[in-house]
Write a protein that binds this ligand. Structure first.
Ligand code: CP3
Length: 342
């Protein structure tokens, strides 16, 4: 496959950074909005043909350098037997697990409940252009567990989940282990079905002190990352809000780390292991600004690229749903057409 994205991940950078966006396969796309008038999110995810179309839509409509599987991190709680209802307002958890003493005992992990996703991957591989890489993904155990224990939390502070981590260490570990086991199986099936790279979403890494994160959750992420890397598939890890804890990430875990917008990218470069590349970290809300302001901000990254070729252009978090498709296209075109040489 001739792909600037895969080449960069594998240590052979091109003369510009590759570009893709977290949450690119969603509501920002006019074509997605049209499909959502007819189908629910759940239906789009479950139908291999529709799922393949939505996955490939941002490659066609935006021109990004990679597709990311159209699915959700919450497919793991569902495959473990937790009830989730997909409503117009997002996922709803009728029975969050923090209220129970032994949540792991109530779950019945069944990997075959994820088979529909592998059929969708097969369909994407059939439909894609041969040079379009496909990114597979999962949620990291902490982020997945926050939702499992608490459900949706306002301002994503997950107080009930955090209370559970502090007061039930043993049960926390059991649940981490159970999530990690089914997640590794899920990731390896994605690899078998042909994904080209993998991203681990740890959206709520900033919830806990770095030391606690490193003790309880980083070992689980390491197991997942290692299992995928051993298959020769490059791994990107997105620990949002991790701050100085980024220093603890080793090349065993991942090939690239995705940086949030709270952290200066050059500072991240100083503290992250030099064997690990970087992704990020533009504020997705920059899309609210004028094109002139957007371009002024983007130009600041040319200097960074000059000394850091192991870098993937992306936002510091997912695309925000009420921002403009046209400006996202403007940014994608800019990255691909700009002269990145100093
Ligand atoms: O990146 C992509 O475009 C690929 C698909 C993808 C989705 N969710 C589709 C989706 C990915 C990679 C995710 C990851 C995900 N899901 C995360 C981690 C990354 C992040 O954004 O923090 C989290 C925390 C979730 C859980 C989730 N899914 C929530 C809280 C919600 C409701 C809020 C929202 O953003 O809509 C979802 C729904 C969801 N996942 C949608 C999409 C396209 C919207 C569904 C719709 O059309 O109504």
């Amino acid at each position: 496959m001739d792909s600037i994205f895969l080449n960069t991940l594998k240590g052979n950078p091109g003369n510009r950074p590759p570009v893709w966006f977290m949450r690119q396969a969603g509501r920002i796309l006019p074509g997605y909005q049209q499909l959502r008038e007819k189908y629910s999110f759940h239906e789009l995810m479950h139908d291999p043909d529709l799922c393949a179309d939505v996955t490939l839509m941002p490659v066609r409509d935006l021109g990004v350098d990679a597709a990311i599987l159209f699915s959700d991190i919450l497919v793991i709680p569902m495959a473990m037997g937790e009830e989730i209802e997909w409503t117009e307002k997002g996922p709803v958890f009728p029975k969050p697990l923090a209220q129970f003493d032994h949540p792991t005992q109530m779950l019945h992990p069944d990997g075959s409940k994820l088979d529909y996703i592998y059929r969708a991957i097969d369909r994407i591989i059939e439909k894609r252009d041969k040079n379009t890489p496909l990114i597979g993904f999962c949620g990291a155990p902490l982020t997945t567990m926050c939702y499992m224990l608490q459900g949706i939390s306002t301002r994503a502070s997950f107080p009930k989940a955090v209370k559970f981590f502090y007061s039930n260490r043993e049960e926390t570990q059991k649940l981490v282990d159970a999530i990690t086991e089914i997640t590794i199986d899920y990731a390896l099936h994605q690899v078998e079905h042909g994904i080209d790279a993998f991203q681990i979403f740890e959206t709520h890494a900033g919830l806990l002190p770095a030391e606690m994160y490193q003790e309880i959750f980083l070992p689980a992420v390491t197991k997942i990352g290692k299992a995928i890397k051993e298959k020769g598939i490059p791994v990107i890890y997105f620990p949002k809000g991790m701050g100085n804890g980024l220093q603890a990430i080793t090349p065993e875990v991942c090939d690239f780390v995705s940086i949030d917008w709270q952290m200066d990218l050059s500072y991240a470069r100083q503290i992250v292991d030099p064997a690990i590349g970087l992704q990020g970290n533009i504020d997705p809300r920059l899309l609210y600004a004028s094109k002139e302001e957007i371009e002024r901000k983007l130009k600041q990254y040319i200097k960074f690229f000059h000394v850091n070729k192991d870098w993937v252009f992306n936002f510091g978090h997912g695309v925000v749903s009420d921002t403009s498709f046209e400006k996202l296209k403007f940014i994608t075109d800019w990255v691909k057409e700009e002269n990145w040489q100093l």
